[in-house]
Structures are given as C-alpha cells and as structure tokens.
Design a protein around this ligand. Structure first.
Ligand SMILES: NC(=O)c1ccc[n+]([C@@H]2O[C@H](COP(=O)([O-])OP(=O)(O)OC[C@H]3O[C@@H](n4cnc5c(N)ncnc54)[C@H](OP(=O)(O)O)[C@@H]3O)[C@@H](O)[C@H]2O)c1
Length: 316
C-alpha cells in the first residue's frame, strides 16, 4: 500500500509534491517485476497490480525462458533478505505453457534466503479458473463424486478449472473438437494436478446434450464469442445444478445464461455468467498482488490462488 507521505505544514519539504520528497525514496517500495511472454506486457495486469498494492512495476515483454535468470537476479541481489518481501515477480502473457516455463526458470534462479514471491496468471487463466471453481464450491459445497462437464476444456482456463475441480473429488470430463487435442490436455491435467480426468470429443455443439447425462456442473470455457450450448440442451435438465459461462463476448457460450448472472436460478439451475465470475476474479487478482508483498517465499499458482479465494469467501 502507498505510504503516508504527509509532512507538517511548516516543514521546509511541504512545498515539494509527496513523490519528490526524500522519504518517498528512502521508503522500501513494493516493486513488481512483470515478465510477460507476449511482445507487449499486459496493461490490464499492470492496472490491477497498481490497484492491488504494487508501487512501481518494471515491465518486460517478449520474455523467453533464457531471459529469466538475469532479470530475477536483479530482484534478489538488490535488497537484504528481510526486505525482499517488497519485491515480487509477476508472470503473464497469452501463452500458458510459456508462462509455466518462465515460472520454472524464475524458481530455479532463486535460492534460500534470497527469494522473492512469484505469481503465474498467464491470460488471467489461474484467477479466472479459480473464481469459477469457488463459485461452484460455494453453490454445491462438497463436490466429491459429482459429475462435471467442462466445454472447451483444452484452453488454459478450462484445464486449470478441470484440475481444481478434480482435486475437489469431482468426476471431470473436458471436451475438445479434436480427439488428439483432448487427449493431450487430459494428460497434461493429469500430470500437473495428479488427478484423473476424462476427455470427450464434441465436434458439433448441437450434440452436447449427449454428454450431459448425469452431469451436475456445466462449465463453458470455450473460446470467446462461440455459443457452445443451446438453451434447450440445459434448461430444466434433470440432473444439472450449476452452469457457468466464462465467455463474455456475444454470442455467449451458454444460451440463456446472462453475462451478469451471479447465482440466479434459471429453470432450476444456478447460473453464473462471465461478469458474475469476473467481478470476483478481479478482486482475487488484486488480493493476490497484495499477498505477494507479505512474504518473500510464496509461489502463487492455481492451488495457492484457490486457497486465497476460499479464504476470501469464508471471511464474507
Ligand atoms: N470472465 C473472465 O474474467 C475471463 C477471463 C479470462 C478468460 N475468459 C474467457 O474464458 C474462456 C476460456 O479462456 P481460454 O483462454 O482458456 O480460451 P481459449 O484458449 O481461447 O479457448 C478455449 C478452447 O475453446 C475451443 N475453441 C476455440 N475455437 C473454437 C470454436 N470456433 N468453436 C468451438 N470451440 C472452440 C478450443 O478447444 P479445442 O480446439 O480443443 O476444441 C480452445 O482450446 C474464454 O471464453 C475467455 O474469453 C473470461
């Protein structure tokens, strides 16, 4: 958080703006190193980082795994161990697997006690998936044994939602238009989260009803602007309890679920639209930034971000 830089009205410093007074420079400011795998570092991530408590952001775009070591060494060798919590690393960009490589390199470049906290949220995938999962958890409580269908589950958001819901004990199936892509994502989720999930092929969205048998939770994490489920496929479905649509771009992903829906009950199903999830996602994103500056040894990835989100909803 910003420090209080007020000075007495009669101080000789009072005619300087706060940012130019000496104490502004002597204070240990919260510095965020933004490592973005995309050419242009995300402005969205920068704005939320400032809102979350970063006081200065050092942004790098087009970052490759080979770049990471020296950039991270710039963080860990500049401040003493007790002050390192005021420096943190943010990893973003459009490509999740590149983000994961950057995270691995950043962790590899640090050693005790010279560590700084680091967070991975390529394309908002972790915070979005976690926000959706926590909405489902809040609605249904225990997810053990419940059938979950995740449409477009091969993307970064769907994969992380699948891993977290399977860790909750749900029987998760992801869909893809292509069998080999579904299988690759299934194996990736299995290895990353150490949980089994299933993959099914859904090449024609009009046949989605065939996959809904016994499903209690439906999550659409398909690409923006693609309708994946027609109204008649889910409305009044005998087993469906929760439907979450993460696509905010018309046409929406689940016909009849509105973008602002945040727990409304429609046709017997509790529904969440992209903004209904996204509002919590943004709060969570900010909270995670604040957390980065509390200690110098945290790695915020899907599971740890989920723990923070669950704490947030418990405190409400
Ligand atoms: N609410 C929020 O705060 C928030 C934040 C971030 C993202 N989002 C939204 O969350 C959703 C998931 O994000 P993401 O980055 O994981 O998505 P993504 O990678 O763009 O797409 C997810 C999957 O959708 C499938 N897909 C792509 N084009 C398709 C098409 N024309 N028809 C049918 N399926 C298609 C692909 O799977 P296959 O090729 O395997 O079929 C792809 O892996 C998106 O709608 C995104 O806009 C929301």
């Amino acid at each position: 958080m910003r420090r209080d830089l007020r000075v007495a009205a009669d101080s000789p410093l009072s005619h300087f703006p706060p940012s130019l007074r000496p104490e502004a420079y002597s204070a240990m400011r919260n510095l965020l190193l933004q490592l973005d795998s995309s050419r242009l570092p995300s402005v969205f991530d920068q704005v939320v980082a400032y809102d979350g408590g970063a006081e200065q952001i050092m942004s790098y775009g087009g970052v490759t795994p080979e770049d990471v070591r020296d950039l991270v060494h710039g963080c860990i060798f500049t401040r003493g161990p007790k002050d390192l919590r005021h420096t943190a690393v943010w990893i973003g960009g459009n490509n999740m697997s590149q983000g994961e490589q950057l995270l691995a390199m950043a962790q590899d470049a640090m050693f005790h006690p010279l560590t700084v906290s680091v967070m991975l949220d390529s394309n908002g995938s972790n915070t979005t998936a976690v926000a959706a999962v926590v909405k489902v958890e809040q609605t249904l409580g225990n997810l053990k044994g419940r059938k979950v269908l995740i449409l477009g589950g091969t993307g970064p958001v769907g994969q992380r939602a699948a891993g977290l819901l399977a860790k909750d004990g749900a029987h998760v199936t992801i869909t893809s238009r292509k069998p080999e892509q579904g299988e690759k994502a299934r194996q990736f989720i299995n290895a990353r989260f150490e949980v089994p999930v299933e993959a099914k092929t859904l090449s024609d969205p009009s046949t989605v009803g065939e996959l809904l048998d016994g499903v209690e939770v439906l999550v659409n994490s398909g690409a923006a602007g693609i309708q994946m489920v027609a109204h008649k496929a889910w409305a009044g479905h005998p087993t469906l309890k929760v439907a979450v649509d993460l696509n905010a771009v018309p046409p929406l992903g689940i016909e009849g679920v509105e973008v602002q829906d945040a727990g409304e009950v429609r046709h017997g199903v509790t529904v969440f639209g992209a903004f209904g999830v996204g509002n919590f996602k943004t709060k969570l994103h900010k909270r995670c930034i604040g957390r980065l500056f509390e200690r110098n040894d945290q790695v915020l990835d899907a599971e740890t971000i989920a723990d923070i989100a669950r704490e947030m909803v418990k405190k409400k």
